[in-house]
Write a protein that binds this ligand. Sequence first.
Ligand code: NAG
Ligand code: NAG
Ligand code: NAG
Ligand code: NAG
Ligand code: NAG
Ligand code: NAG
Ligand code: NAG
Ligand code: NAG
Ligand code: NAG
Ligand code: NAG
Ligand code: NAG
Ligand code: NAG
Length: 640
Amino acid sequence: MHGPQAFLTCASFLLASAGFVSAQTPPNSFPNAWPGQPTGPLSPEWQRYFEVTQPLPNLTDAAILPRSFAGNIPVDRVGHPNDTFFFWGFEKVGQPGSLTAASYPDNSDPWILWVQGGPGSSGMLGLAVENGPIHVLPNYTWTVNPYSWNQLADTIWIDQPVGTGFSTADSTGYVADEDQMAEDFINFLQNLVKVFPSLATRPLYLAGESYAGHYIPYLLKHILPLDDPPVNIVKIAIGNGFIGSYGTNREIPVITLLESFPELIGYDSDVFNYFKEQHHLCGFDLNFTYPQTGGTFPPQLVASGQIANQTSKAKKQALFSTSSRKQFISEYSAHMHSNFDDMKRADVFERREEARSQWKRDLTGRPNGTIDPWYGCDVWQEMWDYAFNFTFPWKNGPLDTFDIPDALSPEIKLDPSVFLNDPRVRAALHAPLSKNWTQSFTYPFGNVYLTNTPNRHGDPSLEPAVFLTALFANASAKGIPWVFYSGNADSQDAHRSTEAVIQNFTFGGVQGFSRRPATPWYDDAGAPAGVVHQERNVSYVLFAGAGHLIPEYKPMQSLVFLREFILGDNPNGTVREDGSVVGGEDPALAQDYFFGGGEVFYGSSATQGTLVAPSATVASWESFLASATATTTPAPPSET
Ligand SMILES: *[C@@H]1O[C@H](CO)[C@@H](O)[C@H](O)[C@H]1NC(C)=O
Ligand SMILES: *[C@@H]1O[C@H](CO)[C@@H](O)[C@H](O)[C@H]1NC(C)=O
Ligand SMILES: *[C@@H]1O[C@H](CO)[C@@H](O)[C@H](O)[C@H]1NC(C)=O
Ligand SMILES: *[C@@H]1O[C@H](CO)[C@@H](O)[C@H](O)[C@H]1NC(C)=O
Ligand SMILES: *[C@@H]1O[C@H](CO)[C@@H](O)[C@H](O)[C@H]1NC(C)=O
Ligand SMILES: *[C@@H]1O[C@H](CO)[C@@H](O)[C@H](O)[C@H]1NC(C)=O
Ligand SMILES: *[C@@H]1O[C@H](CO)[C@@H](O)[C@H](O)[C@H]1NC(C)=O
Ligand SMILES: *[C@@H]1O[C@H](CO)[C@@H](O)[C@H](O)[C@H]1NC(C)=O
Ligand SMILES: *[C@@H]1O[C@H](CO)[C@@H](O)[C@H](O)[C@H]1NC(C)=O
Ligand SMILES: *[C@@H]1O[C@H](CO)[C@@H](O)[C@H](O)[C@H]1NC(C)=O
Ligand SMILES: *[C@@H]1O[C@H](CO)[C@@H](O)[C@H](O)[C@H]1NC(C)=O
Ligand SMILES: *[C@@H]1O[C@H](CO)[C@@H](O)[C@H](O)[C@H]1NC(C)=O
């Protein structure tokens, strides 16, 4: 069941970043030496120190957890002795002793390293709400997660780059760019295997999500040339990756997002046509062909509109709050907390409809074929603003760009910070005392807070999409296949952007996939879970009904995915030499978008309603869309 579970309040994403350098000094932090810390250099001696032996508060059924190890490990950056990564590693369920095993060359027990995104998000977030062994509940108690990835292999969750989560950095010790990130990461790995020597040779499955779409390719770029790499990477997996530019990740998917979630624009075909025109004028309507012809896609630049010249959040917020929206929101909240049905009062709706008609009239007045001067080519921003302004129930304040159908206000909050910052937990995890854990912070690349880089995160490094062809060739020479996976309900790093990245690079001598992904994959109950496609050592897996943090929404399916497509080599979706596909193809899946189901969850914290558009609205939208997309020829069905 797809339920509203996200916890991130994403209103800040409504506000496009503008050129901005803050004079604020980044925090200074350093690891803590807990009792019993060995005095000598890192070695297996340290295992006993890192082992998590003290009881964790608020955690029921802790007794069934396997052994775990946690603490800070330095990255040995010259001049920055306090720069560390934090890790929390769990042994595979039912395999005690595997992390502390002595090194022997033919140890083929896999291990997984999980890397969070952000930039500036903590791996403990992934542990606590996604694929980790213990999960935080809305009431701040914790429970054991039966779908944790350490069910299948030793798994280590880390905080990186330095300064993220419980990782530490001095005020001038933050990474300057992705190359320095990779150097720190390699040094961390070199030190990690001094403590757990078996990890140096055991097969490593390196997995991460979101901004790990930057981290993992850059780490590979730096680790592959090493004659004596610290670890033995055998596969990489990137979920909802930020691999391309801002334009690729945010803008290219806009039209397929509207096709998947027409509720964002109230099933209004005029509005759809308007967005389609803007998208086209900006050159974002990349055409995927299978096989991909016409060369690589040009870099996707986002021409600024006036919105980009708003220099501060405050200014932008002022603009939004002067409208009648503020009043709408307070009315909504008032009604929601008294009588929920009241919220649907006709006058509230009428006023919104009036505003919407006005917006459409304004469009009519604009010369045809021109780009919106306010948004420029930030069509993604415009799409969300439209939903926020006019479309029930998004018009209520918080919306979740990471999980489109979730319109809860407030969302269900899953907050690991109280637990992680508790003195007992810090002591058990050998965590620092010089800082408080936060799930995400704005990462100060180069020790300054900068948002005017092309990727809007202050990271000066080029997006990995520009060097994937060379990187894949190098990875392939070492036998390292790549897995890309996506949750269909994520608008931040939507699956269309991952497909654009795949269609744009050359692997196994050919650019992109030769056939449109259209093979269903199934969970252990035999229920369809999404789409899988594999060619020439690149796998692509789409999860139906999952937002950005995939295992949070689809825990069981994520474990099946891990077993079959990351740790395993399930061939479903593989194109054979004769062009047929293992597991067959479903013509209904062979299109650019994957329908999101048409349901919106709304209400306060717990779902109070599921909104589904009237069937007549849906029917008329469907016939509109069928004619609008008639030029897309579905792939012919094929046999298994
Ligand atoms: C590292 O942390 C220690 C405290 O443990 C502090 O005294 C020292 O100044 C820090 N070093 C740097 C280079 O920031
Ligand atoms: C917290 O929520 C869980 C799951 O709903 C419930 O089992 C548990 O009893 C609750 N604990 C407290 C202290 O309220
Ligand atoms: C994609 O194809 C459509 C229809 O042929 C065309 O109008 C559009 O310009 C193409 N997009 C790009 C970026 O070339
Ligand atoms: C496609 O790849 C080329 C390099 O081969 C790169 O220059 C271009 O920016 C990429 N396009 C996108 C949309 O990522
Ligand atoms: C932003 O401001 C600069 C300086 O005033 C101006 O040159 C530029 O045209 C503006 N950009 C937009 C999109 O309005
Ligand atoms: C612009 O003109 C084209 C061709 O006349 C028409 O199909 C389209 O609907 C117009 N777009 C808008 C937003 O008016
Ligand atoms: C949303 O409302 C704001 C404030 O009224 C307005 O500036 C903006 O243009 C609107 N955007 C859309 C896409 O409706
Ligand atoms: C433990 O749970 C209670 C609520 O059940 C919460 O108030 C408290 O802050 C939690 N403490 C920790 C350390 O997680
Ligand atoms: C951590 O948070 C507590 C409670 O909010 C605060 O008193 C303390 O100063 C914070 N510590 C650091 C190092 O920021
Ligand atoms: C691939 O390997 C070659 C040869 O070692 C190296 O020159 C090149 O920089 C590598 N490219 C990438 C993107 O890793
Ligand atoms: C996939 O990688 C393996 C291991 O490097 C290699 O033997 C095989 O030829 C590759 N397959 C394709 C289709 O490129
Ligand atoms: C792979 O395909 C077979 C045959 O269609 C199917 O029975 C099986 O469930 C599929 N496995 C997965 C993980 O989708």
